[in-house]
Write a protein of this length. Sequence first.
Length: 252
Amino acid sequence: MVSNTPVEGDYFLLELASRVVAPLVQPGQFVHVRIPGRNDLVLRRPFSVFRAGDGLLSILYKRVGEGTQSLSELPADAALDILGPLGRGFPPVNPEKLPVLVAGGYGMAALYLVAERAPKKGVVMVGGATGKDILCVADFERIGWEVRVATEDGSRGTRGRVTEVMDAYVAGMEGAAPEFFACGPMGMLKAVAERAIGGSWTAWISLDRNMGCGVGACLACVQKVRDESDGPTWARICKEGPVFECREVIWE
């Protein structure tokens, strides 16, 4: 490990030296982390890859339970056992469309590599309950992306939900059709999907489920989706996902 530093509130940025995994990461993929020194925590924890390159890999996480509490207390010289990169990530940005990234809280982490590797700049929209839930704005602005912020309490950016900011932006769009890339709470993802389908636009969404193995063996993270005949079937979030085109998902 290289560093493990607080970012905002209960959020932390963990950077790892990883000559093997880092070069292989595609936008939207994740790593499965074993919490060291905690034999009572049997299952690994999945984390989206925030940045990857030059032998370094970073994840952004929130301290919410025993596992992430222990992770936040690790010193910089600790070694981590990780599996990755795992899952199906985001496809490349279509150069003929305008990329619109929509995030809830630390869903921003899963979208950074989309922005960094996109052939054209677009707009990032991020929402949270309070200003302390708004992360990575400077990172996206540094690589030339416009960032629009919404908070439910109005402490930063526009008061309201990120989908309201998205609605206002799309209503004023001219030129290229949008292509959405989204990561965040399921309610937000469903709202983005509904808008994309209603507008006949493409939306790639990263789903979140509790995972067991992270490699598709335990079937703990299944999601009902449409198969090629448009009938219902089940997909493993960790294997066939976490990214799906919004029309694939059958919302419960």
